[in-house]
Design a protein around this ligand. Structure first.
Ligand code: ADP
Length: 238
């Protein structure tokens, strides 16, 4: 199914490393909102890279958005990526283009009808609270504002699945709530969202499912935040 994620027995190692991800079996249903939590180095970014098929598993299978790591061909990667909205931790904005152009670019590369681009971008910038920054260059924005441009760019194509790597990592409380609410609204409307975060209070307030990753393994999968806090006090997280 277009919006579903399924991992079976997935391990990943790089040529000079032991397993960075170890025997992961995880399902995320279409439209589900799931946090990915764990300390720095636990494997969250690597798992998101694996889901975008930027790397392939060493063992096991990743099924996402109707594609399987067992059978996907390099020429099919663009079709997979069009179904994914990816928010990178380091934004990856085009520094020589305006905020508006950065978001519009995501629509242009997928061949969106020209007349629809401007109103769609304007609506998206409105939703992330950046309508008044449309003509600014990324470096003229605060880190939090750049983060919201990255979110807007990932969401503007209405992807089936959003993979977000610490999308609120540099945001203050108000901006965090805005981005989180936006991702929640999307999942309510049927988009699958996987959001990596360190922000345990955010997970607690949300009351939604989290997958807790440590040293490349899933150590907890559920909604029990008290248990998550206990796990962290137990020294598995800083
Ligand atoms: P997190 O996102 O949870 O902070 P990462 O997925 O970035 O964790 O990293 C998990 C582990 O994988 C770390 O020990 C990191 O050093 C290692 N790692 C990440 N990318 C590579 C790579 N390309 N080659 C070798 N090791 C890597």
């Amino acid at each position: 199914m277009t919006g579903s994620i399924r991992l079976r027995g997935v391990s990943l190692s790089y040529p000079r490393t032991t397993d960075i991800l170890r025997d992961l079996s995880v399902d995320v249903a279409p439209g589900e909102f799931t946090f990915l939590v764990g300390r720095s180095g636990a494997g969250k970014s690597t798992l998101l890279r694996l889901l975008a098929m930027a790397v392939l598993p060493t063992r096991g299978t990743v099924d996402i958005a109707g594609f399987s790591s067992a059978t996907i061909r390099p020429r099919e990667l663009p079709a997979l990526r069009r179904r994914l909205g990816i928010v990178f931790q380091d934004y990856r904005l085009l520094t020589d283009r305006s905020v508006f152009a950065n978001v519009a670019f995501a629509l242009e590369v997928t061949g969106a009808a020209h007349a629809t681009i401007a109103p769609t971008v304007e609506r998206m910038l409105e939703r992330v609270g950046l309508a008044d920054k449309a003509t600014a260059l990324p470096q003229e924005l605060s880190g939090g504002e750049q983060q919201r441009v990255a979110v807007a760019r990932a969401l503007v194509n209405a992807p089936a699945i959003v993979l977000a790597d610490e999308p609120t990592g540099n945001l203050d409380d108000k901006a965090t709530q805005m981005v989180f609410r936006l991702l929640r609204e999307l999942s309510d409307a049927g988009t699958t969202v996987l959001m990596a975060t360190h922000d345990v209070p955010l997970i607690e307030r949300a009351g939604l499912r989290f997958i807790h990753l440590e040293q490349g393994r899933v150590v907890r999968d559920g909604t029990d935040v008290l248990a998550l806090r206990a796990d962290m006090r137990g020294g598995s997280l800083p």
